[in-house]
Structures are given as structure tokens and as C-alpha cells.
Design a binder for this molecule. Structure first.
Ligand code: SF4
Length: 376
């Protein structure tokens, strides 16, 4: 399985916590679409042996594009790549873009999955995060989207300063009441150089607390389990048959091409990342240059990545795979490092697989870091 990721680097306004690559200068949208189409064409040889099973419009805010611009990009994919019979084609969308007309136009396109950035159903959270939509739009857009799409995911953020356990539970209950088949939920993180970091530093906003995030995460795990969702990755919950194929492919080290400024690519051995500057990206592509930097991953890098992604998912880390792909020394190292977490019941074995327990799930990244190989 292989995927194509297309980064749409525009947002109407900057959310206070966000450090993704985007610009609020919308005037360059058309020039960007032309450049993205050209990059798709320039890179077709990289995937000449591959069948594309997932196409993902991420951002930024892909829903700021018109349905016609999205169709044009999809037409380029179909023209230059071999696309499978039933590909998953996801569009990330923000509530304020999903008017009835827009939803209908998207439904007429080949998009078959929407990932909607709700984040919270409460006005005070949305204002604190500087989201472009309000609480009423958050609810209306899901109702509207359900008329056209079956495969819908919504994003929620927890650990927001001032968010009580009660309000977090209400957010989850509200999300579940729409009967969407997939929910992604992330802890609010304070990235350096964001508005949120500076507000916290000045004391305008209360700090984000780890203990609160952990409590919210435990509530989330329990509520999602009760509602019949599988926690197939630390931040992703799906009903059977609705796991994101795109995300699953990343975690299973499948190949993907990332198109657009700041997009990342992976071919099984090498990672690439495009320049994260819109004007420079457009300029390079218009001269048929690929503004990409490429790094060949060492065996150690690939092992570390496998541990990191494996421990976050229900598929865990396969000892046999570690043995076959990385060798005896890596396996021994892993088994030794895992002992203390096994004793604390943060990790457990299921046959050949090493997995995080429910208790260890929130700590998966820290545990993985301790199982990383620094030198061998
Ligand atoms: S809409 Fe998404 S990408 Fe854009 S600023 Fe907000 S969080 Fe970042």
C-alpha cells in the first residue's frame, strides 16, 4: 500500500497553539495549486511501481480550496499514478468552510472521507485557541457533513487550560452523540514560538498541565471503549472498518510521497522533506526543481522509528521483525530495556508482540524513547 499526501499550506487565521506550516496570505492559492499539480507530475517516476491506495489532503486547511481546485489535483493524481480500485481519499476540513454548498460539491468530487477540525464544542476553548469557527458551527457542520459522508473523523483537543474533567466528558459525549465512526484526539502541547507559549510565559493563560492531560486521556480511553471504538493508536479511535488507512500506512512504514511545502516523503529507506516556504516552493517548482532535502535512514534510525510508532499502536512491536530487519543485538537490547516497563505493567507481551498496556499508553512516547538505540 502506498499513499500520496498533499499539503495545503493556507489557514484563515493562526490558531494560538499551532506550529504547522501555513500562511494566511490566501492570494497565492491558485499559484499554489498549479505548483502542486506540477510537483505531482514531476515526481511520478518515484511511484511508477506503486499502487496508490490513499490520498490525503492535509494542512494547513485544505477546505479553503474550492471543490474545482481539489478536483484538479485529484485529476493529476489519476493521470500520473496508478490508483487502486477503492482508494481512501481524505480531506481535512474546518467547520467554517463546510457550508451546505461546499459539502455538496465535495460529495460530487472523489473525496470519500472528511477529517473535521472541531477541537472543542465549547466557545471558551475555541476562543482561547483562536479557532476560526464557533461552537454552533462545530455542531452544525457535523450534522451537515453526515448528510453527505459516512466516513467522518472529528478532531478533539484535551488538556486545554481551564478545561475541567466535566467539560472534557461533555465534549466526548457531544462528539459521540453524532455517531461519527472515527475520532482523533490530541493533548494540547505548547510548542515554542507559538502565541500560546508566549501567553503562558506572560501569565495571561494558565500553564498546560501533564497530570490534567493524563486524566483527560484516561477518561477518553474509557469513554471510547464503552462506545465501541477501538483505540488503534494513542490518538486515534475508530469503529471497526473505519480505521484511517492513511495513518495506518504511516505507522506500518508504508511508502508515501508528500507534495507541497513542508510535506514529508518516505520510500522505505529514505525520508525527504520539502522546503517550508510558500514563495520559495512555488518558485522552485515553476523552474521544474524539486525543493526537497533527503536523508537516508540508518538501521538505527529505522529501528527507533519502528519502536516509536509500534508502541503507539495496537499492532505493537514485533520481536520477529526486529530480529529479521535489525538483527540479534537489537533484539537483545530491546528485550533488556523493556524489562523494567514489563515489571511496572506499562508494557506486556502478546505472543511475538510487545505492546503498551492501558496504563502505559499515555506514556508510550517516553517509554519508546527509553527503548531507542543511541549507540550499538
Ligand atoms: S487550522 Fe490547523 S493548521 Fe491552521 S493554524 Fe489552526 S491548527 Fe494550525
Amino acid at each position: 500500500m502506498s499513499g500520496i499526501y498533499i499539503h495545503i499550506p493556507f489557514c484563515k487565521q493562526a490558531c494560538h497553539y499551532c506550529d504547522f506550516h501555513f500562511s494566511t496570505v490566501m492570494g497565492k492559492k491558485e499559484a499554489m495549486v498549479t505548483a502542486l499539480c506540477r510537483e505531482l507530475e514531476l515526481r511520478k517516476e518515484e511511484f511508477k511501481e506503486e499502487v496508490v491506495e490513499t490520498i490525503y489532503f492535509g494542512g494547513g486547511t485544505p477546505s479553503v480550496l474550492s471543490a474545482e481546485q481539489i478536483d484538479r489535483l485529484l485529476a493529476m493524481v489519476y493521470e500520473h499514478y496508478t490508483v487502486g480500485q477503492d482508494p481512501e481519499i481524505t480531506l481535512e476540513a474546518n467547520p467554517d468552510d463546510l457550508s451546505k454548498e461546499k459539502l455538496k460539491a465535495l460529495d460530487d468530487s472523489s473525496i470519500n472521507r472528511l477529517s473535521i477540525g472541531i477541537q472543542s464544542f465549547f466557545e471558551e476553548d475555541l476562543v482561547l485557541m483562536n479557532r476560526a469557527h464557533n461552537a454552533a458551527e462545530a455542531e452544525d457542520c457535523i450534522r451537515g457533513a453526515m448528510n453527505y459522508f459516512e466516513n467522518i473523523s472529528i478532531d478533539l483537543i484535551y488538556g486545554i487550560p481551564g478545561m475541567s474533567n466535566k467539560r472534557w466528558r461533555q465534549n466526548i459525549e457531544k462528539a459521540l452523540s453524532f455517531k461519527v465512526p472515527h475520532i482523533s484526539s490530541y493533548a494540547l502541547t505548547v510548542e515554542p514560538k507559538t502565541a500560546l507559549a508566549s501567553f503562558i510565559k506572560k501569565g495571561v493563560v494558565a500553564p498546560v498541565e501533564d497530570e490534567v492531560a493524563q486524566e483527560h486521556f484516561n477518561i477518553l480511553l474509557n469513554e471510547m471503549e464503552k462506545a465501541g471504538f477501538e483505540s488503534y493508536e494513542i490518538s486515534n479511535f475508530g469503529k471497526p472498518g473505519f480505521f484511517s488507512k492513511n495513518n495506518t500506512a504511516y505507522w506500518q512504514q508504508k511508502k508515501y510521497i508528500g507534495i507541497g511545502p513542508s510535506a514529508h516523503s518516505y520510500d522505505g529507506l529514505r525520508r525527504g522533506w520539502n522546503i517550508n516556504n510558500n514563495p520559495k516552493y512555488i518558485k522552485a517548482i515553476s523552474s521544474d526543481m524539486l525543493p526537497i532535502e533527503i536523508e537516508t535512514l540508518s538501521r538505527k534510525d529505522r529501528y527507533n522509528e519502528y519502536i516509536m510508532t509500534g508502541l503507539r499502536t495496537i499492532w505493537g512491536v514485533s520481536l520477529e521483525k526486529v530480529h529479521l530487519e535489525f538483527g540479534e543485538k537489537y533484539l537483545e537490547y530491546l528485550e533488556n530495556q523493556a524489562v523494567k516497563y514489563l515489571k511496572e505493567q506499562l508494557l506486556y507481551y502478546d505472543g511475538d508482540r510487545l505492546l503498551t498496556s492501558k496504563k502505559g499508553r499515555f506514556l508510550a512516547d517516553g517509554i519508546a524513547a527509553d527503548l531507542f538505540l543511541v549507540n550499538l
